[in-house]
Design a binder for this molecule. Structure first.
Ligand SMILES: NC(=O)c1ccc[n+]([C@@H]2O[C@H](COP(=O)([O-])OP(=O)(O)OC[C@H]3O[C@@H](n4cnc5c(N)ncnc54)[C@H](O)[C@@H]3O)[C@@H](O)[C@H]2O)c1
Length: 246
């Protein structure tokens, strides 16, 4: 407990799934939390976190991370309420599982805008405040398919590989400001996104996974916590696969 004591963390896509688990664990470790999500369910997550902690440590800011104005507003609200930003978790994302012949140009743009441009916008407007504060930690939630590709996920894999490129380039540029930038690459995690994607073929695919089961959102959140915390003070530009590489 207390690994993020006194910190202020923005977690995008925290209304459910991996983001929700991350916000919950971060709050238990002493961080204030901004839950930035397009879904109104973010209110309930903030209420649940605040109830568990016993005071108001979490606020929900309705945000579409693909919209520049939304991102700027979310950051303004964060600074008004908490005065600083120490950790940014770029977790919000959408799945898209089609091959190139099935993928329309509009679908490509939507996936790239949310999964990649959204993280770029959050980084762009958060980093000046981290520089002012003397440091910070950014964690981008990529995917195993961003590392090694996958079947029928052309736009999604491109967006997630793009996040890895963004992570590595930022890590180099921001080292001198004491800002660490890392990525997480989960395999199959038990969330709504996973069920929408796999559905009935899931049982069959599970046989191919190393662990023989889906991962839990908390198992990803704990890896994100490690990279956010001072325990990872000498790690930047890294991609941590959660769920087994092969
Ligand atoms: N579940 C998996 O197996 C898996 C594997 C690898 C990577 N990931 C990645 O993990 C992240 C979290 O996914 P999850 O599995 O928890 O899925 P999820 O669908 O449960 O959660 C995604 C969250 O992002 C939010 N979101 C979507 N578009 C947004 C936007 N434009 N602005 C703000 N918020 C938006 C959603 O409202 C939702 O709350 C995603 O980036 C996903 O690509 C998931």
């Amino acid at each position: 407990m207390g690994r993020l004591r006194g910190k202020v963390s923005i977690v995008t896509g925290a209304a459910r799934g991996i983001g929700r688990a991350t916000a919950t664990i971060f709050a238990k470790e002493g961080s204030n939390i901004i839950i930035a999500d397009i879904l109104d369910e973010g209110h309930e997550v903030a209420d649940a976190v605040n109830q568990a902690i016993g005071r108001e440590v979490a606020i929900f800011v309705k945000t579409d991370i693909s919209r520049e104005e939304d991102v700027k507003r979310m950051i303004d609200i964060t600074l008004e309420r908490f005065g600083r930003i120490d950790v940014l978790v770029n977790n919000a994302g959408i799945g898209h599982f089609k091959d190139i012949l099935e993928t329309s140009v509009d679908e490509w743009d939507r996936v790239i805008n949310i999964n990649l441009k959204g993280a770029f916008l959050c980084c762009k407007y958060v980093i000046p405040h981290m520089i002012k504060a003397g440091g910070g930690s950014i964690i981008n939630v990529s995917s195993i398919v961003g590392v090694r590709g996958g079947e029928r996920c052309v736009a999604y894999a491109a967006s997630k590989a793009g996040l890895i490129g963004l992570t590595k380039a930022l890590a180099m540029d921001l080292m001198k400001y004491n800002i660490r930038v890392n990525a997480i690459a989960p395999r199959a995690i038990e969330t709504q996104m996973m069920y929408e994607y796999k559905g009935e073929e899931l049982a069959e695919r599970l046989k191919r996974y190393l662990f023989g089961r889906l991962g839990k959102p908390e198992e990803v959140a704990n890896a994100i916590l490690f990279l956010a915390s001072d325990e990872a003070s000498y790690i930047s530009g890294e991609v941590l696969v959660v769920g087994g590489y092969f």
